[in-house]
Design a protein around this ligand. Structure first.
Ligand code: C5P
Length: 309
């Protein structure tokens, strides 16, 4: 549970504040079922939170203003920033006249397929709920989060989940068993909208066996999970950005249990049993592809649930 602190001495005032962690996600499976008339796609995905996180600090202010500060100079700090949108949504919905000061410390790579932005939006909803004593249920916060992006409801839920529809129809699953997770993002940007736009469902040769992976998760079958990793969006992103495939192939030779692109990419993730092997693979992939965004983290489930091993 998050604590609301009563005093923020650093700023010389008595305004309440809260600190939150906004974690990244990976997709163990991602299937696209159909293109919809509203511009979105019906999906079926198994989502998993990992330990890599951005830090978010939110403080109440007296002024009716949303002020954002971030460590990434290229991120907008106005209404284009998802934390701004989330704060505004909550302020408008509940007629809050106070403002908020938000400090966003990014560690999760941006536009990477790791739902970093969606997680930030989700964290601000959660934070404002507590800071302003709104007493919102997770279900209500998830409904509000849907307005910010398809992955936001999942980011409010966290852990292991099956997502359907646009991504907002969620079923919490038994926690996925523990793995160390290597994340490697090539130094390129990928637009989610353009990946979906360029997806030709008729050209997809391999769909995930979602039911098999669901069964593997339920049984704590790590081999079943590792061998079931599959993401249909790889067809589009790898076609446009062959480096994603090169990174996948390289990591697959470094002792990983399984390797896949996350979301619309371009981040590649790999599951490992041993942290030493994951760290060694991280070092090698960093050197070989000259990329800076390489991290070793692990499967994260809320309440410290480790899943069946
Ligand atoms: O919902 P979000 O803003 O994160 O989605 C970004 C873009 O990804 C959408 O504008 C849409 O083009 C595509 N998308 C989709 N089907 C989904 C989720 C996202 O086509 N289920």
């Amino acid at each position: 549970m998050y604590t609301v602190y009563k005093k923020h001495e650093e700023y010389g005032d008595n305004m309440e504040y809260i600190k939150l962690k906004s974690r990244a996600k990976i997709n163990l499976t991602l299937d696209v079922i159909a293109r919809r008339d509203d511009g979105y796609h019906d999906l079926e995905m198994i989502m998993q939170t990992v330990g890599l996180y951005d830090s978010i600090f939110i403080k109440k202010t007296d002024k009716d203003e949303i002020f954002i500060k971030t460590n990434l100079h290229y991120l907008p700090t106005d209404e284009r920033n998802i934390t701004y949108k989330a704060a505004k949504l909550i302020k408008d919905e509940f007629g809050i006249s106070n403002g908020v000061y938000i400090e966003l410390t990014k560690r999760i790579p941006v536009a990477a397929g790791l739902a970093g932005g969606s997680g930030n939006g989700a964290a601000v909803i959660k934070g404002m709920n507590r800071l302003f004593d709104l007493d919102l249920s997770t279900k209500k916060m998830m409904e509000l989060g849907e307005h910010l992006g398809s992955d936001v409801p999942y980011c409010l839920m966290e852990g292991t989940a099956l997502a359907k529809g646009r991504g907002e129809i969620l079923t919490q699953l038994n926690p996925c068993p523990h793995f160390y997770v290597l994340l490697a993002k090539p130094d390129i940007s990928v637009s989610t909208a353009s990946v979906y736009k360029n997806l030709d469902l008729k050209m997809v040769k391999k769909h995930p066996n979602t039911n098999a992976v669901l069964a593997a998760i339920a049984n704590g079958d790590k081999t079943g999970i590792s061998t079931g990793l599959c993401n249909v969006l790889e067809t589009v992103t790898i076609n446009q950005r062959p480096i994603v495939k090169e990174i996948k192939n390289f990591i697959a030779e470094q002792g990983s249990c399984g390797v896949l692109m996350s979301g619309s990419g371009p981040t590649v993730f790999a599951l490992f049993e041993k942290i030493e092997t994951a760290k060694e693979a991280a070092k090698k992939v960093k050197e070989k592809f000259n990329i800076k965004d390489v991290y070793v983290t692990e499967i994260y489930n809320p309440s410290g649930e480790k899943g069946r091993n």
